[in-house]
Design a protein around this ligand. Structure first.
Ligand code: ZN
Ligand code: ZN
Length: 284
């Protein structure tokens, strides 16, 4: 079974009404079929929805905040989560091979609030992603924030925030677990102990992670997460899903043969699929 469990229905820069309509979804399904993907998970970014606006307060307007990110959150926070979830459920009932999901920023101080929002909706899985270390969006630009920081410390903080996300119990799957490498920074410290702590926590709470080809198209030019990360997760029995982090239909399932080679070399023979927030392992 091949799934693509990280899909956005329009580019990040899209402002105004989101493309939650069947014509747009048809384009994504067509591309999925061409790419050999049997099921796609729609994971719209939570900042698109008014309900999540208060969750972003701790990262907005702070000394470390990236003004362009603040502006993006303010400009895009226009949709109603009810409409989005209803649209996806309706499409699923019509037979579209989709899962109902959302990509949620993990902002540690707001865990309780995030839990309250999520509790009102029927998702097949919730994808938890760390984009912020403190109020700083680590993935925005190599020039903003990075030059003033220790790369080792940022990698460690990023990994610890992902660990907190896993332990929060809010998420079924972790998105791009080593996004922090996006611009090609390399820590001098051995990250394996951190990955092992993560693997133990994920195994314990039955949380999966995604193997995402998005990193291949970023300055780092590498799948998220690294081979070492994937091997550690495999050795601790942590399940994975495949994803592209597509922001347009033509990106669905792209370069999946590279991810498949990586997970097979690590020893995986099964992939995780989700339904009603339950994980099932299915042969690859
Ligand atoms: Zn993301
Ligand atoms: Zn995404």
């Amino acid at each position: 079974m091949i799934v693509d469990y990280h899909i956005h229905l329009q580019p990040d820069r899209h402002v105004g009404r989101c493309k939650y309509n069947l014509e747009n979804l048809d384009d994504y399904i067509r591309q999925a079929t061409l790419a050999g993907v049997q099921e796609i998970g729609i994971t719209e970014h939570c900042n698109r929805f008014r309900q999540f606006m208060p969750v972003f307060e701790p990262v907005m307007g702070k000394e470390e905040s990236v003004p362009a990110v603040d502006q993006w959150i303010r400009e895009t926070c226009t949709e109603d989560l009810d409409d989005y979830v209803q649209f996806l459920h309706k499409a699923k009932e019509l037979g579209y091979p989709i899962k109902v999901s959302i990509e949620v920023d993990f902002i540690p101080t707001e865990a309780h609030r995030i839990g309250e929002i999520l509790a009102d909706y029927d998702f097949d899985y919730v994808l938890g992603s760390v984009h912020f270390v403190g109020a700083w969006a680590v993935d925005y630009s190599r020039e903003i924030g990075w030059p003033h920081k220790s790369v080792d410390d940022v990698f460690e903080q990023y990994c610890n925030t992902v660990l907190e996300a896993v332990e929060s119990g809010l998420f079924d799957c972790i998105g791009h677990p080593d996004l922090v490498k996006k611009f090609g920074h390399v820590p001098s410290r051995d990250m394996r102990p951190c990955y092992e702590r993560l693997a133990v926590a994920m195994r314990k709470s039955s949380v999966a992670y995604e193997v995402s080809t998005a990193g291949l198209f970023k300055p780092v030019g590498e799948i998220y997460p690294s081979r070492e990360f994937v091997q550690t997760m495999h050795d601790f029995g942590v399940p994975f899903v495949l994803s592209s982090d597509a922001h347009s239909a033509e990106e669905v399932g792209r370069e999946f043969q590279r991810s498949l080679a990586l997970v097979r070399e690590a020893g995986y023979r099964e992939i995780a699929v989700f339904e009603g927030r339950k994980l099932t392992a299915t042969p690859l």
